[in-house]
Design a protein around this ligand. Structure first.
Ligand SMILES: [Zn+2]
Length: 174
């Protein structure tokens, strides 16, 4: 995984691209949650499900189909989120699918089962600039954790913040 604090910046940047006023705080929150939900699969380790299994870490919860499913479920709550079904779908889908995408840019662990259930094959991008995050809080609070954060700062935070500031400037001029 990339870290739990980095995944949500993607749906936040997406909200600015879509139009911040169209995305209610509730929907923004759920999209941020959707961006970290795929890592709930680390529970598989507890059940002795191997990392490489389709139900293991970076398995089905990191797939595109899982993100589609999350997006579809979100559309049923569009009135609760005070927005259209399309925006509900887009925000939750982007939040969830971006998780696997960021993970595929990391330089450790196993690849991502993007195309589950069609194939259980694991994929990485050819370019892996993000230091893989250690699993577990203790190991995260270490020099290694800092290295991870610095790599995420350059590769994820800066581009995302650039999008947010750019869109803010555009909307304040309009
Ligand atoms: Zn992950």
């Amino acid at each position: 995984m990339a870290t739990i604090i980095t995944h949500p910046i993607v749906p936040i940047a997406a909200a600015y691209l879509i139009g911040r006023e169209k995305v209610s705080p509730k929907l923004m929150f759920v999209a941020c949650v959707a961006s970290i939900v795929p890592d709930a699969d680390v529970i598989a380790f507890r059940f002795d499900i191997p990392y490489g299994d389709q139900y293991g870490h970076r398995g089905f919860t990191h797939s595109i189909s899982f993100a589609v499913l999350m997006g579809v479920i979100a559309t049923f709550f569009s009135s609760y989120f005070n927005t259209s079904k399309v925006i509900c779908y887009a925000m939750v889908f982007i939040g969830c699918v971006s998780h696997g995408v960021l993970d595929a840019f990391t330089n450790g662990g196993y690849g991502i089962a993007f195309f589950w259930p069609i194939t259980v094959e694991r994929y990485f991008f050819p370019w892996q600039p993000i230091e893989v995050s250690p699993i577990g809080v203790a190991r995260f609070l270490s020099p290694r954790g800092l290295e991870v954060l610095i790599s995420e700062l350059w590769t994820v935070w800066l581009p995302a913040l650039a999008v947010i500031f750019w869109m803010k400037r555009k909307s304040s001029k309009a």
